[in-house]
Design a protein around this ligand. Structure first.
Ligand code: PGA
Length: 225
């Protein structure tokens, strides 16, 4: 049985290039737990920094925070899978509640982005609250279901949206719903996961890892997860 947990950092729109570089140097210097795989999702301009670091550390890989729903072409401002070819991008966060709230992304957009990512062999980490599950299961083509990593991220659990702590029994129940709905191997939890509560969310075998915002910004805190 593979007990390794996937810990995904979502840096959002934080960090200068110099800060990203410092974070990476600190990360590479420190001891890692052997049962963790780390994915860093920086802003697009810092993908090269993480990608280079990942080539020196097999526990580390690079992800995007979003992807264009279109292939390469005349779509000003959008970043397509083709743009990041060569950086060995393995994951992409899709449908984060901040994308939904501030950029008005719809379920249909999310489904198109899932298709864009998988066509380029990039694994989508698809965020959903409980109320989104059935709509997303309908909207995302069923042939892609088992290739996504659904992530239970209750909106009110996100640190900047209230940081409400969800009882572990409820989290596990929803994780199991996601696993059976999408018939997928890995399911993550996200929302205010930090070094203090990490064991609660990372010890249960049902939860395959975490999506981490605030606590990922400091390399030392991140490695305590
Ligand atoms: P948080 O963010 O860990 O700061 O709550 C998680 C997220 O928004 O993905």
């Amino acid at each position: 049985m593979n007990v390794s947990k996937l810990i995904v950092a979502n840096w959002k729109s934080n960090k200068t290039v110099a800060e990203a570089q410092e974070w990476v140097e600190s990360f590479l210097r420190q001891e890692k737990r052997t049962n963790r795989q780390y994915v860093i999702c920086p802003s697009f301009v810092q993908i090269g920094i993480i990608s280079r670091a990942a080539s020196h550390d097999s526990s580390l890989s690079v992800g995007m925070q979003d992807i264009s729903p279109f292939e390469a072409g005349a779509y000003t401002g959008a970043v397509s899978a083709q743009n990041v070819r060569g950086y060995d991008v393995k994951y992409v966060i899709i449908g984060h509640s901040e994308r939904r709230k501030y950029f008005h992304e719809t379920y249909h957009d999310i489904a198109r982005k899932v298709e864009s990512a998988l066509t380029a062999d990039i694994t989508p980490i698809v965020c959903m609250d409980r109320g989104d599950i059935s709509a997303l299961a309908d909207e995302i083509d069923s042939r892609w279901h088992s290739r996504i990593i659904p992530t239970y991220e209750p909106v009110d659990a996100i640190s900047t949206f209230g940081g409400h702590e969800h009882a572990i029994a409820e989290v596990i129940k929803t994780i199991e719903t996601l696993r059976s709905t999408f018939r997928c191997e890995q399911v993550l939890y996200g929302g205010s996961v930090d070094p203090e509560n990490a064991l609660t969310y990372l010890q249960p075998t049902e939860i395959d890892g975490a999506l981490v915002g605030g606590a990922s910004l400091d390399a030392q805190a991140f490695l305590q997860l």
